[in-house]
Design a binder for this molecule. Structure first.
Ligand SMILES: NC(=O)c1ccc[n+]([C@@H]2O[C@H](COP(=O)([O-])OP(=O)(O)OC[C@H]3O[C@@H](n4cnc5c(N)ncnc54)[C@H](O)[C@@H]3O)[C@@H](O)[C@H]2O)c1
Length: 470
């Protein structure tokens, strides 16, 4: 395929040489004359293991060249990758000026590009060009770049051109190796034709090819890198505590990483409600206090509890924002299949709603108030002394008598709530339903609008939940 690459820095140079290695014909574009000259001499613009050999090989085969002429690059190619820098501003915002400048230039060049894409031999309608954003950009940038290109070219997105988001996952130092062995290949697009083109571009790369929503693709790089940073900081904080206690931190983390069921696994990673129960809050607090007692600062570990409290306040705010006073709580224990109420996060939510004068009905098939004993009973009686007035084992009655139904765990018996109770407002704290086709109002705690009937109601819900006091 014929590909132009805008930006011949770390990512652009590696991308150009690796795409040529995969058999594509690549034209690099940069505002830096020296980088353009280097590529035209078959030399890399950066130092990385293996890149010099790849550039020399691509040059010899006539598969890689560079230019400062945007129009020439756009007219000679079917796909343009944007790989210019996205530095931080002084205040920490992302500076997207280079991206927008390139978008405008590509748009102007597209104005008189006549040929439809031809070289890839795929069925792609009348598209004249596909633009791929490879730089790391915030969600919404794809749309903005599309608007800039449409305005500059006079062409129509989705008809004449399209823009995909194709984030880069390589790391400097091992970039060539990473390019050919990425954890996955990610393409965000709303056009199946563009997906087909990108499957063709990357067909020499074995990694799983994932095609997803544009905004999901745009978000991924930030989630990945923030998580990588979190891993480093967490490991360091554990190490610092271990050092004070004369414990070998590397042995600790090696064993930690061997647990592929709960530690290094998808478990606990789905957005949902706050954690609770008799272990997590207690043990988390104990480690934090241990660090404190040894004068070890652990700001990340300390922030975990506060973030968890925030999620409870968010639930309260979301329920309040529905503007209805009769609230049915479906599930009171800290997770399904138990009657353990200790540190159940929904108990704090109920306590807060009762304090604000909401009429509460609670259903939990496992919680029989008269049978509660020991620390379980002590905990709930300290929080909600008149619990017996609110709890029932009659799910139908709770649903019938409430305007808002709050689903707090994934008990199978709640699965048909939407079908059985059309018209009720449902607040889902656990993503009980992946997709919602509901004749009523549906609110997810940490996920967006999955119900078309909600239009115009977001504003109420977006009130500042941080102001909510328990
Ligand atoms: N460096 C990494 O390890 C890495 C990894 C993954 C993603 N990324 C992301 O990739 C993007 C590029 O990063 P980089 O490290 O390659 O940056 P870089 O600064 O090394 O390269 C950017 C290049 O873009 C060129 N450029 C600027 N304006 C231009 C224009 N109008 N037309 C053509 N070229 C222009 C610059 O001259 C420069 O050569 C960034 O968004 C970065 O966050 C970087």
């Amino acid at each position: 395929m014929n590909i132009s690459i805008f930006g011949l820095g770390y990512v652009g140079c590696v991308g150009a040489a690796c795409l040529a290695k995969l058999g594509h014909r690549v034209v690099g574009v940069d505002v830096n004359e020296n980088k353009v000259r280097l590529i035209n001499e078959g030399k890399p613009t950066i130092i990385e293991e293996g890149i010099a050999e790849l550039c020399a090989e691509a040059h010899e085969k006539g598969l890689m060249s560079a230019t400062m002429d945007v129009r020439e690059a756009v007219h000679r190619t079917d796909v343009s990758f944007i790989v210019v820098g996205t530095p931080s501003s002084k205040e920490g915002h992302l500076n997207l000026n280079y991206i927008y400048a390139v978008a405008k230039q590509i748009g102007e060049a597209l104005k008189d590009k006549t040929s439809a894409i031809g070289d890839c031999r795929l069925e792609i309608g009348n598209l004249k060009h596909i633009i791929a954003i490879r730089s790391t950009v915030l969600p919404g940038t794809n749309e903005k770049v599309g608007a800039i290109i449409a305005q500059a070219s006079g062409l129509v997105r989705g008809k004449d051109f399209t823009i995909v988001s194709n984030p880069e996952f390589l790391r400097e130092g091992t970039s060539v190796k990473d390019y050919f062995n990425p954890p996955l290949t990610l393409v965000g697009t709303d056009m199946p034709e563009a997906e087909a083109v990108f499957r063709e571009i990357y067909k020499g790369i074995e990694a799983e090819f994932i095609c997803t929503d544009i905004r999901v693709a745009e978000m991924m790089k930030y989630v990945n890198n923030t998580y990588h940073a979190l891993k480093i900081v967490f490991g360091n904080e554990v190490g610092n505590i271990c050092k004070e206690l004369n414990i070998d931190s590397h042995k600790v983390m090696e064993i930690f990483c061997k647990d592929k069921q709960l530690n290094i696994s998808p478990y606990y990673f789905k957005p949902g409600f706050a954690y609770g129960g008799s272990c997590l809050p207690k043990d988390m607090k104990a480690l934090k206090t241990l660090a404190h007692d040894h004068y070890v600062e652990v700001p990340v570990i300390e922030a975990i509890g506060e973030s968890n409290e925030l999620q409870k306040r968010r639930a309260v705010q979301l329920i309040m924002a529905q503007g209805q006073r009769k609230v049915g709580i479906l599930g009171l224990s800290f997770k399904s299949g138990t009657d353990d109420l200790r540190c159940s996060p929904i108990v704090d939510v109920v306590e807060s709603l009762l304090g604000k004068g909401f009429e509460i009905r609670i259903y939990d098939k496992n919680v029989k108030v008269s049978e509660l004993t020991g620390t379980n009973k002590d905990f709930i009686m300290a929080k909600i002394p008149h619990l017996q007035h609110f709890v029932t084992d009659d799910l139908e009655a709770v649903c019938r008598e409430s305007d808002v139904l709050v689903v707090t765990n994934k008990e199978a018996e709640f699965a048909d709530v939407l079908g059985r109770w059309p018209g009720k407002t449902v607040v889902d704290l656990v993503r009980q339903w992946k997709e919602v086709d509901y004749d009523g109002r549906y609110e997810g705690l940490s996920w967006g609008d999955v119900n078309a009937n909600r239009e115009g109601q977001e504003a109420d819900v977006k009130r500042d939940f941080r102001q909510t006091e328990f």
